[in-house]
Write a protein that binds this ligand. Structure first.
Ligand code: CP3
Length: 356
């Protein structure tokens, strides 16, 4: 513990925070809840403060990052803040020519498809994300007892954006590279893992209390391909940040068939989307890990009786998973808050989860 303290001088001591208790196998004072994409377009105060400012420009403005990160914490009383940023921020910071286009997502000027493209890919140096670490310092003061979750994109999901040049339904160029030239593929994922590790370590040194690795599009892969082409790189990411001794969460969409192998990547908590009930997810992940999820974000449009029924069902399934060996449950959605969600409904869900 002393070495950890010396290496992470900005880490706060939040041992009683429900999120950290649930993630580390201790009994939380109430069931913790936060929402992926809790900061963002569902909030009028977000739309107002972002008016006329680009997404990436916002991500490199420490005061703005701090304010936008705080907005859902103040409004909903969630049990964690998640740093307002994006998975492509470290690539942009390292010098990759890309932008985040509203309504589309990340768009890369020169897609990465050859051995030469991979060799030319820059690695992130920590000083290039100084604006992000400055935002984290502001937040650790502002947040009081609420934990701050840092995050990064996993090597596969980042690779998909770089190889395709933007969002993709079928990931065909990515899968073509993976299968046709495994050597270049592994060089690409190795380079991206280096940047992800550097980005997470910078956040940990600045004082984040937990981290989440977003492998959002891993569900597009078979278990065999995940094991061969992705798992070793995500394993390296989790291993490299283990010494910080903070909870590590691993999330993807449509990963029902991958929950077992994702459990092998090394996280403490596995995020589950709405397609697999949490008691079954616990069996697939195996004992000794926490579970996060898994309300369908579309259910938030169904009216309160349906929402309440679903929240209670999920809590019950999570309790069965915990009785069977999962270390704890963090309530969340199965994917991000949809932009048209009524924020008042999110506040009500937090209150309900806390009462269970
Ligand atoms: O509140 C939070 O969850 C923190 C903020 C956050 C953003 N992006 C802000 C954002 C986080 C954690 C991310 C991660 C991210 N970015 C992921 C992984 C999570 C997931 O959704 O699976 C992915 C795949 C991306 C890439 C990306 N960036 C997409 C697909 C989009 C949406 C494009 C759109 O406009 O619909 C973005 C842009 C983005 N990232 C926005 C926000 C709030 C919207 C841009 C805006 O508000 O102008």
């Amino acid at each position: 513990a002393m070495t950890t303290g010396a290496r992470y001088p900005y880490r706060r001591r939040l041992t009683d925070a429900p999120l950290l208790a649930a993630a580390t196998g201790r009994r939380p004072s109430h069931r913790p809840v936060w929402f992926m994409r809790q900061a963002g377009r569902s909030l009028p105060e977000y739309r107002e403060i972002r008016a006329g400012i680009g997404m990436l420009e916002s991500c490199f403005n420490p005061e703005l990052v701090c304010e936008i990160t705080m907005q859902p914490v103040r409004r909903h009383k969630v049990d964690a803040a998640i740093l307002f940023s994006d998975i492509v921020v470290p690539l942009k910071a390292a010098g990759v020519d890309l932008d985040i286009v509203a309504g589309t997502g990340p768009v890369v000027a020169n897609p990465v498809r050859t051995a030469a493209d991979v060799a030319a890919l820059p690695r992130l140096r920590p000083e290039e994300v100084g604006a992000v670490t400055e935002a984290i310092s502001l937040l650790t003061t502002e947040l009081g007892g609420t934990p701050l979750i840092g995050f990064a994109g996993a090597p596969f999901t980042l690779a998909s954006y770089l190889v395709e040049g933007g969002p993709s339904r079928n990931h065909e160029r990515t899968k073509a590279l993976m299968h046709s030239d495994p050597k270049v593929w592994h060089a690409l994922l190795g380079a991206l893992a280096d940047t992800t590790i550097a980005f997470l370590k910078a956040q940990l040194h600045a004082g984040v209390d937990a981290i989440q690795l977003f492998d959002s599009w891993a569900g597009a892969l078979s278990e065999a391909d995940y094991r061969t082409f992705v798992l070793p790189h995500s394993q390296r990411v989790f291993a490299e940040v283990a010494e910080a001794a903070v909870p590590r969460i691993h999330f993807g969409v449509g990963t029902g068939e991958l929950l077992g192998v994702m459990g092998e990547a090394g996280a403490d908590v596995v995020g589950v989307d709405w397609r697999v009930p949490l008691d079954e997810a616990g069996r697939r992940v195996g004992p000794g890990k926490g579970l996060q999820g898994n309300l369908d974000p579309a259910v938030l449009f169904a009216g309160w009786p349906a929402i309440e029924r679903e929240v209670r069902r999920i809590a019950g399934e999570a309790d069965r998973a915990v009785a069977a060996g999962a270390t704890g449950h963090i309530f969340n959605l199965g994917h991000g808050v949809l932009p048209d969600t009524d924020p008042a409904v999110l506040t009500d869900v937090v209150e309900l989860v806390h009462s269970l």
